[in-house]
Design a protein around this ligand. Structure first.
Ligand SMILES: *Cc1c(COP(=O)(O)O)cnc(C)c1O
Length: 366
C-alpha cells in the first residue's frame, strides 16, 4: 500500500465540477490580477475569521512581511518569533529589514513557550509573532498581556491554522493582525501561490492594499515604493469554492487525529503533540515524536509511507540565520523536537485502512 503525506488529487476529485467552473469563470472574465473574485473572497474570508478586513496577497511569506512593514517595523527593530516553525516566519521579519529574536518551544505543544517571551523582550522589541503551528492555537492570553505591558504588536502566523479556535474564538484577528498562507497543501489551499492578511485595523488594511500594488492607491499614482504582491483572480475563485468546504474538512481532520491517537496509544514509544485544553486545533499536520526518528522515517519510506519532518532544523541553526549569532544549545527544546518529530500521512480524505497500515507499520518498524 502507498500512503502519501497528503493527497491533493483525492480532494480535487471531490470538488472537481465546482473548481473547474470557478476557474472557467475567471478565464471567461479575464480578471486575472485582483478583480471581483478576489474582492469577494476577501469579504468571505474576513467574515469566516470574525475579522473586519482581509486583504489577499501573493503568499503567506509576503503576508508576514507586509504586516511587519505595516507597523513601521524595520531596520534596528526586533521581532520575537518561535525557534520551531517554518522558516518563512523569520524570513518575513528579515525581508522587512528587522531582526528576528528566537524563543524556545514548549515541550508538550511544540509551540512558542509564552513563559520565555518576557525574557526575550528588549528596548528594540516591536512585535511578537506567535505561530499556530500544526494547526494548534498558541496560548495567546499571556502573550497579549506581555505585548500590552511593553507596547508591542501581536501578529499571528496562521499559515497552518485556518479556522482554529482559541478559547472559542477563531484565530487571525485576536492580536493586531494575522497572516495566512493559501499554499496548495495548507488546510485552505489555492491552486497556486496565495496568501492573505486579516485585521480589524483600517490603517493596516490600507497599507497592505497600497503596498501589494506598487504603492498606488489609483493606477499610476505611486505614493511610495511597494511591490507586486497581489492575489490573482484564479486563486480567489478557487479559494471561494474551497472556503465553503473548510469547516467540514477541518472536522474530518479532528476526527482523524482522534483516531490516530487511539490507534497509537497501543505503543508507548510513540508520543504525540498534545492539544491544549483552551484550543480547538485544525490539525494541518499530525505530528508524533519517536526514538531513532531518521531510521524510522527511512523504513516508513521503504514501506510506501510518505511521512515527513516539520521541521528538521530549528531556525537558529540554519545557514540563513547564522549572522544572528545563535549557537547549538541556545534553544534545547526546539533542537530536541527537530531531532524527534515525525509528521504522519494526514489529509481529510485519508481512509481508515490507510491509517491502520501507517500505525501497524510504524509499530513494527519501532
Ligand atoms: C507555509 C507557511 C508560511 C509561508 O507561506 P507561503 O505561502 O508558503 O509563503 C509561513 N509560516 C508558516 C508557519 C507556514 O507553514
Amino acid at each position: 500500500m502507498n500512503v502519501p503525506l497528503l493527497d491533493l488529487k483525492a480532494q480535487y476529485k471531490t470538488i472537481k465540477p465546482e473548481i473547474d467552473a470557478a476557474i472557467q469563470r475567471v478565464v471567461d472574465s479575464c480578471a486575472f490580477a485582483g478583480g471581483p473574485e478576489v474582492e469577494q473572497f476577501e469579504r468571505e474570508f474576513a467574515h469566516y475569521c470574525d475579522a473586519k478586513y482581509c486583504a489577499g496577497v501573493s503568499s503567506g511569506t509576503s503576508a508576514l512581511e507586509l504586516l511587519v512593514r505595516a507597523y513601521g517595523i524595520g531596520k534596528g527593530d526586533e521581532v520575537i518569533v518561535p525557534a520551531n516553525t517554518f522558516f518563512a516566519t523569520a524570513e518575513g521579519v528579515m525581508l522587512a529589514g528587522a531582526t528576528p529574536v528566537f524563543v524556545d518551544a514548549d515541550a508538550s505543544t511544540a509551540l512558542i513557550n509564552p513563559a520565555l517571551i518576557g525574557k526575550a523582550v528588549t528596548k528594540k522589541t516591536k512585535a511578537i509573532i506567535p505561530v499556530h503551528l500544526y494547526g494548534q492555537p498558541v496560548d495567546l492570553d499571556p502573550i497579549l498581556e506581555i505585548a500590552k505591558a511593553h507596547g508591542l504588536k501581536v501578529i499571528e502566523d496562521c499559515a497552518q491554522a485556518h479556522g482554529a479556535r482559541y478559547k472559542g474564538k477563531k484565530v487571525g484577528a485576536l492580536g493586531d493582525s494575522g497572516a495566512f498562507s493559501f499554499y496548495p497543501g495548507k488546510n485552505l489551499g489555492a491552486y497556486g501561490e496565495a496568501g492573505g492578511i486579516v485585521t480589524n485595523d483600517d490603517r493596516v488594511l490600507e497599507f497592505v492594499r497600497l503596498y501589494r500594488d506598487h504603492g498606488s492607491p489609483r493606477k499610476y499614482e505611486h505614493v511610495m515604493v511597494g511591490t507586486n504582491d497581489r492575489l490573482d483572480g484564479i486563486q480567489g475563485a478557487v479559494l471561494r469554492v474551497k472556503l465553503a468546504h473548510l469547516d467540514s474538512w477541518n472536522e474530518k481532520r479532528r476526527r482523524l487525529a482522534a483516531d490516530y491517537r487511539e490507534l497509537l496509544s497501543r505503543d508507548e514509544r510513540v508520543r504525540w503533540i498534545e492539544e491544549h485544553e483552551h484550543s480547538e486545533a485544525v490539525y494541518h499536520l499530525f505530528v508524533v515524536r519517536v526514538p531513532h526518528r531518521d531510521a524510522v522515517l527511512a523504513k516508513l519510506k521503504d514501506a510506501g509511507i510518505g511521512a515527513g519532518i516539520h521541521y528538521p532544523h530549528a531556525l537558529h541553526l540554519l545557514p540563513a540565520t547564522k549572522d544572528l549569532g545563535y549557537k547549538k544549545g541556545d534553544f534545547p527544546v526546539a533542537e530536541e523536537l527537530a531531532d524527534s518529530i515525525l509528521s504522519l500521512p494526514f489529509y481529510p480524505e485519508m481512509t481508515g485502512e490507510q491509517m491502520e497500515y501507517v500505525v501497524k507499520t510504524l509499530c513494527e518498524v519501532l
